[in-house]
Write a protein that binds this ligand. Structure first.
Ligand code: ADP
Ligand code: TZP
Ligand code: MG
Length: 264
């Protein structure tokens, strides 16, 4: 059994979130429940200092504006210098040109450890034709595993594409993680919080980032599935979900067994 969750809770990582105005409170509560220590800090004036002091930095473009983008670049570079993981959540990347350009700029300027996105956001990053729908996954057809692996190779990072089944790849190995519950897509911020949870797991398991993110995805699916046993309607699912982020332990979720090779 992995001890990653206990180790995370023992180290109580400081997770620096440069996030959107919709989910900031939910993300902070979710991280606290998990056992991490959230700090939301968006100003360019403090971006570098906060990123250097934190264990990881999570860049979320959900309600991005010009100054926030500049601050993210400063924070990301500082986190890179400090050797701290940078996680990118390209919220709604396919919705507007501003978001697409922002994602390209961040991926060009920074050494990102993980892109955590939904299928529509992956399609936007990869330039795959897709019917985007705001921050939702939208609709289209692609070989998600292959496209995610291409993006991972291109940017030298992990890519986690979430949905009914999550896909995690480093460009060479790919795992799929099932479970969870559709109720997770009926509360806002489930993806945004997951990106921050992945950051916390990455800081706890720096020696094996692929395994750490796989554990984060499996843990989160288990929390969603367990919460839906209490209630699967959004209003009461939400607190049950936060509770399970605090209550689940190492033995309550399983790491995916085998990693499929996508490239020889
Ligand atoms: N239909 C579903 N069934 C099971 N789990 C889901 C479903 N939709 C989303 N999830 C889970 O919800 C979490 C957030 O993922 P997702 O909804 O894809 O992110 P986003 O909110 O960024 O679009 C992930 O843990 C994912 O596995
Ligand atoms: C609704 C909305 N609008 C801008 S950011 C945001 C939250 C998106 O959260 P998630 O991607 O986790 O569903
Ligand atoms: Mg999202």
């Amino acid at each position: 059994m992995s001890r990653l969750l206990s180790e995370l809770r023992e180290s109580r990582p400081l997770v620096h979130c440069m996030t959107n105005i919709v989910v900031a409170n939910f993300q902070a509560n979710g991280l606290l429940a998990l056992g991490a220590s959230p700090v939301m800090a968006a100003a360019p004036e403090e971006a570098e200092e906060m990123a250097a002091a934190a264990s990881c930095t999570v860049l979320n473009i959900g309600t991005l504006h010009r100054e926030a983008l500049e601050a993210m670049e400063l924070a990301g570079k500082s986190a890179n210098r400090a050797g701290n993981p940078v996680i990118l959540d390209p919220v709604g990347a396919g919705a507007t040109r501003f978001r697409r350009d922002a994602v390209s700029r961040l991926l060009g300027a920074l050494d990102v450890a993980l892109i955590r996105c939904n299928a529509g956001e992956l399609a936007a990053i990869a330039g795959v034709d897709w019917r985007a729908s705001g921050v939702d996954a939208g609709e289209g057809t692609m070989d998600t595993e292959e496209v995610a692996a291409q993006v991972a190779r291109q940017h030298g990072c992990l890519v986690a594409v979430t949905g009914e089944t999550d896909v995690l790849t480093d460009g060479e190995r790919t795992v799929r993680i099932g479970g969870g519950h559709p109720a997770m897509s009926r509360i806002t911020g489930a993806g945004c919080l997951l990106s921050a949870v992945c950051g916390a797991f990455l800081t706890a398991g720096k020696d094996d980032p692929f395994r750490s993110v796989a554990a984060a995805l499996a843990f989160y699916k288990a929390a969603g599935e367990g919460a839906a046993e209490t209630s699967s309607v959004p209003g009461s699912f939400l607190p049950a979900f936060i509770d399970l982020l605090a209550l689940l332990e190492d033995g309550d979720f399983e790491l995916p067994e085998s990693a499929k090779e996508v490239r020889a």
